[in-house]
Design a protein around this ligand. Sequence first.
Ligand code: FES
Length: 165
Amino acid sequence: MTLMDKQNTAREIDLKRINHVIARYKDEKWPLIPLLQEIQQEFGYIPPEAIGPIARVFGLFPSHVQGVITFYEQLYTTPRGKKVVRVCRGTACHVRGGKTILKLAKQYLGIEEGQTTPDMEYTLETVACIGVCALAPNLVIGKDTHGHMNPKKVAQLLGNAKSEG
Ligand code: FES
């Protein structure tokens, strides 16, 4: 069973909560994006169970709704950790050791890129240039950017992060 399978079987989605949010948007002219954003706010991500009801209410194919979710990078269909760790994969960060920073982040968190720790504390991602190349290589945890990263700093930030789950 993969990590994602475990996370998906561990959760139970309350369809009433989904329908409650949908009801507020059904008469709007361009409801899809704000509706998806609110569903995400409610659950922390967009549960796959929400796609069918959303498509039905607006007379769309589920694949259309899924396509919109895939198109917007800020919309997620899997649960995410409380803290999102992002390693910059932009050129400046890459040439100054970003690859090592990512490797260490994976080791400390015990997950691969795109995954979430079993205790739902951390999600690991890479991002395109975040615009502070002078501080490369960069690592972002939540809203905090940590510049001039090196192995020692990664250990300080993430050394105790690995969950036992
Ligand atoms: S390349 Fe990493 S901040 Fe620009």
